[in-house]
Write a protein that binds this ligand. Structure first.
Ligand code: NAD
Length: 260
């Protein structure tokens, strides 16, 4: 096992963030969880994970739309673990509508959670990473950080934005032992995508299985969902010593989506 590190994974009470948190804990790292959900379930997951993986597991309920709560989350993790070595900016939401019907408050929420929260978390952890000369920042972008789809203006803008922010973070810290990269997943079957499958099924009077097949065949040549365990393994690799020269880049895990 490599060096034991301490991580924050935003939006880790569900889906991809939870998968990445589990993979980091399995690799022996302490993790601060974050995200919304049932308090009892979150506490049960926190306590069981700490026991199962024999690492420290903390939880912050910080709302990623609130800069002061993001700063407090970083301070709490630093207090709890002594330091934060790995930051995974993962929390994200989606809203689907044509631009002329897109509610401005939804635009603001998508940008705040998917993009601006990463700025606030990154600026809060960088000073301590710079001081120690070691850090790993992983931004969960999307295939939509590289290409677009209709009806997803805010999401695509936020994900292209975070790819740009990733590059700047990498450049400013290239000589400081800190890497910053963006992971770009294709379709992953999480609650965020389940909602889109249900909307598609309702619109066409299809079963969930038919709607899933349609969604995959439209964009993802592999025609199968990316699994959160695959994304977790990639995050663990990017967090390790041998990924020290990978910085400022995007790594697609999308079943061929962006090869087209
Ligand atoms: P999800 O809905 O399963 O999980 C989202 C997480 O973010 C949850 O833990 C939720 O509580 C948290 N969250 C939402 N709003 C928050 C807020 N204001 N403050 C704090 N936490 C908040 O979604 P997911 O599919 O696992 O998505 C995770 C990330 O992966 C997102 O950035 C998403 O854009 C990206 N992504 C998802 C897919 C996919 O196919 N599912 C593909 C590419 C990229």
């Amino acid at each position: 096992m490599g060096t034991k590190r301490s991580a924050i994974v935003t939006g880790s009470t569900s889906g991809i963030g939870q998968g990445i948190a589990i993979a980091l804990m399995e690799a022996g790292h302490n993790v601060m969880l974050n995200g919304f959900g049932d308090k009892g379930e979150i506490e049960a997951f926190r306590a069981e994970s700490a026991k199962k993986y024999d690492v420290k597991v903390a939880y912050s309920a910080a709302d990623m739309t609130k800069p002061e709560e993001i700063a407090a989350m970083v301070a709490a993790a630093t207090q709890e673990f002594g330091q934060v070595d790995i930051l995974v900016n993962n929390a994200g939401i989606q809203h689907v509508a044509p631009i002329e019907e897109f509610p401005p408050e939804k635009w603001n929420a998508v940008l705040a959670i998917n993009l601006t929260s990463a700025f606030h978390a990154t600026r809060a952890v960088l000073p301590q990473m710079q001081q120690r000369g070691w850090g790993r920042i992983i931004n969960v972008a999307s295939a939509h950080g590289l290409v677009a789809s209709a009806q997803k203006s805010a999401y695509v803008a936020s994900k292209h934005g975070i790819v740009g922010f990733t590059k700047v973070t990498a450049l400013e810290n290239a000589e400081k032992g800190i890497t910053c990269n963006a992971i770009c997943p294709g379709w992953v079957l999480t609650p965020l995508v389940q909602k889109q499958i249900e909307a598609r099924a309702a619109a066409h009077n299809w079963t969930i299985a038919e709607a899933s097949r349609d969604l995959l065949s439209e964009k993802q040549p592999s025609k199968s969902f990316v699994q959160v365990e695959e994304l977790g393994a990639l995050a663990v690799f990017l967090s390790g010593e041998l990924a020290r020269s990978i910085t400022g880049t995007t790594i697609s895990m999308d079943g061929g989506w962006t090869a087209q």
